[in-house]
Each structure stands twice: as C-alpha cells, then as structure tokens.
Design a protein around this ligand. Structure first.
Ligand code: NB4
Ligand code: NI
Length: 183
C-alpha cells in the first residue's frame, strides 16, 4: 500500500517533468499502480486507516507524486451535493473548459508540499475531462465545483505544474472574478 514515504516532495525533479502517456490497453503493472493510487486516496479518507498509517488526507493523487512519470490520476471527491465522484483514469485530458473561473476560498495544499502556501489558486469553474478507466472504458466527465478544481490540480501534476504556480505573487488574495468554493 502507498504511504507518505512513497510520496515525493517539492524539489524532486519528477514533479517538474511532463509525464508520459500510458500505452493502452494498460499493462498489468500500470493497472496495479493506478489501483494503488486510488487505494491511497480512499485509505486517506478513512480516519482509522489514515491514523494507523499516518496518511495525509487527500481527494486526489497523480502518478508523478509517487515518482511514476506516467499520465495517471486517482480522484475521490464529494461533489458538494451529497454524491462522491470517484475515478481512476489513464491519460486524462481537459478537452474543454468554461471562461468563468473558480477557486477554493481556503486556498490549496498538496501532498508533495510540506508547507502552507497561502493564496487563491484560479481555476476554470467547469471542465470537460476525457480519459480511460481501469476497465479500459473511455469516459467524458463534465465537472464543476470541488471535483473540477481537483481534476485540474491532478492534471497539472502530469504537466509538471504545482498549485502555487498559479498564485498571484504580488497579491496572493487578489479577488478572483469567479465562483468561490467554501470547504
Ligand atoms: C480540498 C481538499 N484537499 C484535501 N487534501 N489535499 C488534497 O487532496 C490534494 C489535492 C487537492 C488540493 C486542492 C484540490 C485538490 C492532494 N494532492 O496533492 C494531489 O495532487 C482534502 F483532504 C480535502 N478533504 C475534503 C473532503 N473530505 C472527504 C472525506 O475525507 C477527507 C476529505 C478531506 N479537501
Ligand atoms: Ni498535489
């Protein structure tokens, strides 16, 4: 199982690389890796397991964070309307997005960043993401709210982008003309 010792931290070069597409159909090894990433996210949201293994809670994880420079992400996130969005995807891609922006009013963090980095992270309010599931199915997801923010954060990791790259250094809390998301 993945624990915090498997998660690389800022300064590790893999976090700044553009990850390679996963050849499909996925190999048994790539499927096992993606399954273990979803297992981490789910374990981290279980207070008993997270407490037992010292897991930082997460709603998403990208393969570069476990030093695997491949285009794979796992997300399990409440949609704010009582449902949970749970997807493990190969080669996720934002195929369209709103002009309108959105941001988490509490800012963002990252399992690969062991410090607070204050400030609003401007994101698209709505995104359409395409990818391939562990079962080999193509999916097209139309996302908004925290799920949209989370998928953008994870797909950024596949392109070597960290959340604080988006923060306005001159004024980290510069008002964003968009949809604020309370946590
Ligand atoms: C917002 C939030 N960020 C948490 N952590 N950070 C992460 O997930 C990083 C990715 C997120 C940072 C901002 C957007 C994506 C991990 N990252 O670095 C991967 O690249 C949380 F843990 C969390 N929640 C709320 C929902 N809750 C449901 C029940 O279980 C606990 C869970 C806690 N919300
Ligand atoms: Ni992250």
């Amino acid at each position: 199982m993945i624990t915090m010792k498997d998660i690389i931290r800022e300064g590790h070069p893999t976090l700044r690389k553009v990850a390679e597409p996963v050849p499909l159909p996925a190999s048994e090894e790539d499927k096992a890796t993606l399954k273990s990433m979803m297992e981490y996210v789910q374990n981290s949201q279980n207070p008993e397991i997270a407490g037992m293994y010292g897991l930082r809670p997460g709603i998403g994880l990208a393969a570069p964070q476990i030093n695997v420079s491949k285009r794979m992400i796992a997300v399990q996130v409440p949609d704010g309307k009582g449902d949970i969005i749970s997807y493990a995807l190969f080669n996720p891609k934002i195929v369209s997005h709103s002009v309108e922006k959105s941001y988490l009013t509490a800012g963002e963090g990252c399992l690969s960043v062991d410090r607070e980095v204050p400030g609003y992270v401007p994101r698209y309010a709505r995104v359409t993401v395409e990818g391939t599931t562990l079962e080999g199915e193509s999916v097209k997801l139309r996302l908004k709210g925290l799920p949209a923010i989370c998928f953008q954060h994870e797909i950024d990791h596949l392109n070597g982008v960290m959340f604080y790259d988006h923060i306005n250094d001159a004024n980290p809390y510069e008002p964003i003309d968009g949809v604020p998301i309370e946590r």
